[in-house]
Design a protein. Sequence first.
Length: 567
Amino acid sequence: MSQPHATLLLVDDDAMNRDALSRRLTRTGYNVLTAESGADALGMINSHRIDAVLLDVMMPGMSGLDTLRSLRQSRSVSDLPVIMVTAKDGSDDMVEALDLGANDYVTKPIDYAVALARIRAQVTARRADPLTGLPNRLLFSERINNLLKADPRQPFAVLFMDVDRFKVINDSLGHAAGDELLSALATRLQHALRATDCLARLEGEPTLARIGGDEFTVLLHGIADVVAASAVAERLRAAAAAPFQVHGREIVTSLSIGVVMSADRYQRADDMIRDADTAMYRAKKLGKARCEVFDTSMLAAAEERLELETDLRRAIAHSEFEVFYQPIVSLAAEKVTGFEALIRWRHPTRGLVSPADFIPIAEDTGLIVPIGSWVLREACLQIKKWERECPESADLVVNVNLSARQCMHPDLLQDVARILAETGCPAERVKLEITEGVVLENSDAVSEILHKLRNLGVQLGLDDFGMGYSALSYLQRFPFQTIKIDRTFVSGMKETGNTEIIRAIVSMAAGLDMNVTAEGVETADQVSRLQDLACEFGQGYYFQRPLTAADATKMLASGLPKLLRQP
């Protein structure tokens, strides 16, 4: 079976050889381009989309081996399949060609059946994802482009799917487990597509592709409207939600899906894939495990995000980050007992960028790992500075947040140990905060990591408690010293239910030998209620907004002040 629409380049200085093979391949269904020299071939490869090259070894001027060497040294086409063509007695040439990166070879006189089989194998391999066997991005894009050229009025839809939290799964269980999950997901999505009722109205079979990492796409040819396309997306999302068995463990994941419909504005596949990807990111931003349909207003947000990501990559090198410190107050003694380290980004043109705007980008791109390491180092250095300048602050603890990506990073333990050693900061004066969601979604892996961190001597705190799928029995498995009650319970304390929840958390924490910090304290009434409930610590604007390091130092220089009240 041929590969329709695949483009081959024949490179041979003999016109008769070029013409004979070109006719055969054209009749088989390939698009065929020809070149009579290595120099001409390189020029054509740079100006055309080529799927495979048949390259004669013996040519005057630039030989086939020299041409191959140039191709493999070119970053843009280094993976282009190359089949060498040589005489039967050219074994030395073939050894050298294979060493240079040739994918295969055929000998003269050419056996056309063998040549076709080898060409087909190389073209198929380049167009298929090796893990799942699905079409890859190249083939998927080609099918969209064919539809755009064939009949612009024929409607179709493109779905872009991304596995939520896949990086965390991959980092915690390993790449082999991640690959097994992706392979199982591909099979499940294929079955779900075949079972989707509205597919009977399609013009042809839907195309499911894996276009990279944990990203899958679907082409629905002939689907009438966005309602039908969204129905398919929801079917796929539901199929992915059932648990997977991976390496003997149950893994639960979800899909965020973006949908885009064909329209007159689209001339290229890349633009449709880009917009479906943009809609997928909107789905992630709105909470993940959902489907969103693209609209043109998303383009501005996508461009803004891309620009922010580019700036973020430069921010560390240009020292644009700063750590602020928000006091944590003992509600009984009414004095500062520690701080939470909070990162701020002073952008050269945007001013102070909210963490809510850049932390999710840092998490998605992996930049959160070096950023988080920098924050920890700065906090440890600040602790040592306070130790020298403010003797009464010797027992202060600074809380530093650990994101999901950091928590699952294989170098986390070594990184924390190295920073403590290099700064000379006592481990017991650092408290690492992990959100409840990270703990419960990856309980086994996180439990092991947290116990190892605890063995380093650092303290551990559970952040945003009460906002996830709280299983209180889980707490016995984790070595936390502190539970932080989420601000939503504190702000709603006038409601009886929230007060009783806080009372229960405080009581439970006492039984587990943990202390409790209430976040988001903003009023004197909240302070009074928390004191009545025997909540040990509070943090929020009522006491103090986050301070620069210099202002926090001034505050401490006054001798660990009593409870700070806003005027």
